[in-house]
Write a protein that binds this ligand. Sequence first.
Ligand code: HEM
Length: 365
Amino acid sequence: MSSVQTAPGARRSWRRRASALLASSSLLLTGLVVASSASPASAEEVTISDGTVTWGVRTSWRNYAGPGELSDGLTANAKGEYQWKVESGTYDDETRRLELQTSGTVHWSLHDGALDLTLSDLLLVLDGDEPQVLADVQSKSESTGEMVDYGVIPLTDVDLNSGDVEVADGTTTWSPLDTRLTQEGIRIFSGNYGSGALFDPVSAVYTGPGGKPEMTSESFAAPGSLGFGLDKTVTDVMAGVVTTVPDVARGVVHLGTSSQLQAYDADTLKPIGSPSSPAFFGSWNSYPAPVLHVGSGAIVGNSSNRVIARTWDPETKTYDTDQLLTGLVGQVAYDRFADRVVAITADSCTSSRSPTASGPRPRTR
Ligand code: HEM
């Protein structure tokens, strides 16, 4: 094990460590004694002094809060991800534990200073037990308006299995690894992201040996987290979207406003073809919500007291329309066991096995 492995809460960044050492020589002595007695230096441990850790916090955060004010040598690449300069580090050949201490500061101030967040001196720890991105953090509390100095805390857990490590010509490169917000990180973003929220991937390149530690922990997501994260964001959608019908098997996501239905490519989230015309849904609301008939890809929903099936044609990039029944529609549901759509009106329950232009077969019970 490495001589610098400590519990996450007890980790101190190089700058904090340096100032604490200058401030108190007795602390210096105590610190040295504790460090050396806790874990003797390993013969396999190599020191690192040169490299870069790339981590942009979270893209949606930068879209909201901006790039921030960079200092202490911090820079950003073309994608806006911060380039943290490695100041020191260690790699243990035996355990393959890597620790990279960087320098650099990014500071955001928004809403007339109500939001005031500073991240400094990123620390990347890649070990098999608790791989994490840590930083020295100060963030103003939204509820009290007081500045809180959190010290060095783990911001994200890192998924070692989401990337790989390559060693060539004395340089080690870690390809981007997924990161997810820790429990400790929730407070500094004022609770706007849940534990386990996907943050920007972290990557690193440094001079020195490297390798992938063997995972000894079982789970990467924080306990109790949903494990969902932002994948893609659509920014150029038509206004007034009230419903979304994903048909990922066919590579399409259908977005509906109260007057139109538009297909989007499920991968790129760019619009395909033109919006449907005339209106798919009733002009007054989108209730009940439309459903996907998985077998045919038809979207079945209410349109001014009619049940309409609209089937996307990938060739012509248009929708075929079918009217299945008329009447006040209370509910439309998809029965996945029988691959049929069931519509409930005031006096009937109708099922349709193939609500397509070529052959809707409504049956009323
Ligand atoms: C007067 C105080 C504040 C106001 C008026 C405010 C306003 C907002 C608004 C309008 C959004 C939604 C932005 C969007 O979806 O486009 C938002 C999101 C957010 N706010 Fe604040 N906020 C305030 C304070 C704070 C504080 C103190 C923090 C702590 C760091 C914070 C962190 C966030 C985060 C993390 C998001 C989510 C950004 C994302 O989309 O990823 N806010 N805020």
